[in-house]
Design a protein around this ligand. Structure first.
Ligand code: FES
Length: 292
């Protein structure tokens, strides 16, 4: 099914904008208020340590648990065998815990998105909140012996979480949230000149081009560093960011990468920046893909 009409319909909803602004500021403000500890927690939630976003890893817990609960509930309803109901209750509870953890990671990623993806993310989150609330209500119903109502609420929650998962997929495959935006394939295999050596001052971020690929060059003392200039998070222009010691900070959402090897020091990025080998020949800086 083509997701474009659904995404565009969401994008037309003006009420989402103020909700997104308020929530986004609150999330970013909370992490900033935590200082360096807050940044560490934020990095953890993004999955910077994992080299992959954490959110889609955790979503498997509620989806798997609630699918299990659905099957066991159906068997209990069809056969009247209570042991299946007990298994369903455990799966519902496990799914609720997974949904809460998944929401924390997803909210962190979402707070560093823009434009249409940000609006779609709000609807994705609201659907998931609704589904989780239904599962929590279902859990209490089950505990109070109202198994039929508990199952009905869970089935409703399952349908709604399916819609949320559909939008989650669209956020990745259509809006390209969570995918690597750095151009890895197009890096030059052989050294090519990209900038006169005299045009690279000490300690400045300078944009150059190797064919179609934008390159970030930085001179630090004896060393010349060359990285892809396109941020792996959402394609931000690193040459317009700032230099912090031996690292560069993206101007769009603050991801921080080392100059030496492009590894991620601070998220939201989870993929490292591609690095190139740089040398000076005949007064020109030349770069090629790092072959080490
Ligand atoms: S584009 Fe988001 S941190 Fe660079």
């Amino acid at each position: 099914m083509n997701s474009e009409p659904v995404l565009e319909a969401i994008n037309q909803q003006e009420w989402i904008e103020p909700v997104a602004d308020g929530l986004g500021s609150a999330v970013q403000g909370a992490y900033k208020a935590g200082g360096s500890a807050g940044q560490k927690v934020k990095n953890f939630m993004h999955g910077t340590w994992l080299g992959h976003q954490l959110h889609p890893v955790i979503t498997d817990v509620p989806i798997g648990s609630w699918t299990t609960a659905f099957v066991l509930d159906v068997i209990e309803a069809a056969t009247g065998r209570k042991e299946y109901g007990k298994g369903a209750d455990v799966a519902v509870g496990l799914g609720i815990l997974g949904a809460l953890a998944s929401a924390a990671a997803g909210l962190t990623d979402w707070s560093d998105t823009d434009g249409r993806a940000r609006k779609v993310g709000v609807v994705h989150g609201l659907l998931n909140i609704t589904a989780t609330a239904l599962y929590i209500a279902s859990w209490f119903m089950r505990k109070s012996g109202k198994r039929g109502s508990g199952r009905t609420l869970a089935w409703l929650g399952y349908a709604i979480s399916g819609s949320a998962a559909y939008l989650g997929g669209a956020l990745v495959y259509t809006e390209k949230i969570g995918v690597d935006h750095a151009p890895r394939e197009e890096m030059p295999d052989n050294f090519i000149p990209v900038l006169p050596d005299a045009d690279l001052p000490e300690g400045k971020l300078v944009r150059a081009a190797a064919g179609e690929v934008k390159i970030l060059l930085v001179r630090r003392g004896e060393n010349i560093y060359a990285l892809s200039e396109t941020c792996s998070h959402l394609g931000g222009p690193l040459a317009e960011g700032k230099l912090e010691g031996d690292s560069v900070v993206c101007p769009w959402h603050g991801s921080r990468f080392t100059l030496q090897d492009g590894s991620v020091l601070d998220g939201p990025a989870t993929h490292p920046q591609p690095c190139l080998e740089a040398r000076v020949r005949g007064g020109y800086i030349e770069v090629r893909v790092n072959k080490e």
